[in-house]
Design a protein around this ligand. Structure first.
Ligand code: UDP
Length: 429
């Protein structure tokens, strides 16, 4: 059996105040024919990173709608996750050597996991490359026979994917009945599938990370981490990952400080079980910090959990997400939802979330990141206005309820059609 992730309880009705009754009625209408459907989500880690964040809300909401939904995590190993992190980097454009022993180790682990799946499922959703080959080991199994439908959900940016690595994965992806992507431009032109849907991720306005928090509470938490709430705060929340460019953020911070001497930087990044690079990047970031007491380098190892992230994002005068590549970047919507403007790298899904000059700024360099941060720090009224714009943008487009509509629409369409039918599903807007 794969590892079953324990879930919180979520009630769709609780979202009425945030999104309105009309949206909830639409969801209830779409969910009705799917009542009792057995839905299994499989990914690589129960915590750390955006996929875990999404599933922690999405799966309980499916359950609250009467579906028999579960989230299970594949079994890995240090060797396996080191390989899949290379794959992740290569699919986002890095050069790697994709050797036969790596491929063998990857496939063996997928075979082990395929054999460990238990139960009967109507829909199996496979997230990202780590478990992408599982389905290929289940030909003629009850798990892939009618009426089961398998969907591959890609959370990363494949626009500059390393061709050798993508060509290895493409046949595995193509065995699925549908694939779901954050943005149309992430889909490699070589991918041949009948159903390719685009559905950006979302945040949960009622998760502990995003719930309203009273200011005195945020103030107290901030102080406990040695951050001065009376001085300007620049903050980036991200895994320690080369694509999130934590060292670039430190360099931008130092440029900001030349103009705003009392500014402080908070870098908060959790370590995920499927990301062995985190500790190396932490060391590199710590070296770049060079003992600077105004740079607060924090992680879940300092008990930084959802509540602390919530408080830091609320206390930040400017949030930054200076990614060089980004699938979506939930942290952008999280900050915008809290009414904070965001300075984001012009990459992947960040471009969906920040309308340049309206909810924050899109930047292409360390210097630009620094200048836009200074602009926002120097004009708090404009910063507050941008934050308000961002909150509305997130309410309309990037909340869990919108994502539910997308998935229920896809499930319905897959359930209604024969597998051989080749009508592509129109992406829900
Ligand atoms: N996160 C967190 N603690 C941290 C760093 C990140 O809880 O110390 C969360 C962050 O708030 C967000 C998710 O991890 O919800 C990261 O998702 P994102 O899409 O931004 O990036 P990914 O890690 O998936 O590349």
């Amino acid at each position: 059996m794969l590892e079953r992730v324990p879930l919180l309880e979520k009630e769709l009705g609780d979202y009425a105040d945030v999104v309105g009754e009309e949206v909830l009625s639409e969801i209830a209408r779409l969910a009705e024919p799917l009542r009792g459907a057995r839905i299994l989500h499989i990914n690589a880690t129960p915590y750390g990173g955006g996929v875990a964040e999404l599933l922690a809300t999405h799966v309980p909401l499916l359950r609250s709608l009467g579906m028999d939904a579960e989230w299970q995590v594949m079994h890995g190993s240090d060797e396996f996750f080191a390989i899949t992190k290379h794959v992740h980097n290569a699919l986002q454009g890095a050069e790697i050597e994709w050797t036969a022993p790596m491929q063998r180790a990857y496939l063996e682990r997928n075979l082990d996991n395929a054999l460990a799946i238990e139960g009967e499922w109507d829909f199996v959703v496979i997230h990202d490359p780590q478990p992408a080959a599982i389905m290929s080991f289940l030909h003629d199994s009850h798990l892939t026979r009618e009426p089961a439908r398998w969907i591959w959900r890609c959370h990363i940016d494949l626009t500059a994917a390393n061709p050798a690595v993508w060509e290895f994965f493409r046949p595995f992806v193509e065995q699925h009945h549908a694939s779901v992507w954050t943005m149309p431009e992430f889909v490699p032109p070589s991918l041949k599938m009948d159903r390719i849907m685009h559905a950006p991720p979302c945040i949960d306005p009622l998760s502990v990370k995003n719930l309203e928090l009273p200011s005195p509470f945020c103030l107290e938490i901030t102080k406990q981490y040695g951050i001065d709430p009376n001085r300007p705060i620049m903050c980036q929340v991200s895994r320690y990952d080369p694509w999130k460019d934590p060292v670039g953020v430190i360099e931008a911070f130092r440029l900001v400080r030349e103009q705003i001497p009392d500014v402080q930087l908070v870098l908060a990044g959790s370590m995920a079980t499927d990301d062995p690079e985190g500790f190396r990047l932490w060391d590199e970031t710590e070296a770049a910090r060079a003992g600077d007491r105004d740079i607060h380098l924090l992680s879940n190892l300092h008990q930084v959990g959802a509540v602390q992230i919530n408080a830091f994002q609320r206390m930040a005068d400017v949030t930054v997400q200076k990614s060089l590549r980004e699938g979506f970047g939930l942290t952008v919507s999280e900050a915008l939802w809290k009414g904070r403007p965001v300075v984001g790298g012009r990459a992947g899904g960040i471009k969906l979330q920040i309308r340049d000059g309206f909810d924050g700024y899109l930047v292409d360099s360390i210097e630009e990141c620094a200048q836009r941060t200074v602009d926002l720090l120097a004009d708090p009224d404009n910063a507050a206005k941008m934050g308000e714009n961002g909150r509305e943008h997130v309410r309309q487009n990037f909340l869990s309820t919108r994502e539910l509509i997308d998935w229920l629409t896809l499930f319905t369409s897959l359930a209604e059609s024969g597998l051989s039918e080749s009508t592509g599903v129109a992406p829900p807007s």
